[in-house]
Write a protein that binds this ligand. Structure first.
Ligand SMILES: [Cu+2]
Length: 168
């Protein structure tokens, strides 16, 4: 019995050391880039399109590039940029977004955003959506993002403007 216990302990400790050997790598990678204030818009009944907004923070000393985003809720998520073209608001697809060293890129309505196409099931407020971010250097980040109703979105956007640090 004692031997069995010891064996289990040994197994456990080797498992723990396996984790501690593998974890620092991904931890270092993941803490270099942070996704903040992220949300996905609830779908409008009868539509299968949505968008997502957030702030991407690069805490590393090198430029990090967002190459794409995927999720089980949609087969197609694109990086979009809104821009004015001949007095009209247009959207165009971007292949990637560069986040400068120690920098921050803000995805917000009327600007950069993630466009979520062919949403499989209606997205409702209070839901949590898992988004997978693919960055350059094979760095990935998975995060849970809440679905906001228009009211919640408005509240979130008016609640924290000072935290963005661009009201100097
Ligand atoms: Cu768009």
């Amino acid at each position: 019995m004692k031997n069995y216990y010891l064996f289990t302990l040994l197994l456990l400790s080797s498992f723990v050391s396996f984790i501690s050997h593998s974890e620092p790598v991904s931890k270092v990678k993941n803490t270099m880039v942070l996704i903040e204030k992220a949300y996905v818009r609830a779908t409008i009944p009868g539509t299968s399109i949505s968008s997502s907004y957030m702030e991407i923070v690069n805490d590393s000393a090198e430029t990090v590039t967002l190459l794409g985003v995927s999720s089980q809720i949609s087969p197609r998520i694109e990086i979009h940029q809104h821009s004015m073209f001949e007095g009209m608001m247009r959207m165009r697809k971007l292949e990637s977004i560069d986040i400068p060293p120690k920098g921050r890129v803000i995805l917000q309505p009327s600007g950069l955003h993630l466009m979520i196409f062919d949403v499989k099931k209606p997205l409702k407020a209070e839901q949590q959506i898992k988004l997978n971010f693919n960055f350059s250097n094979k760095m990935t980040l998975t995060t849970q993002v809440p679905v906001f109703s228009p009211t919640q979105e408005k509240a979130a956007r008016t609640a924290a403007p000072d935290m963005h640090g661009h009201h100097h």
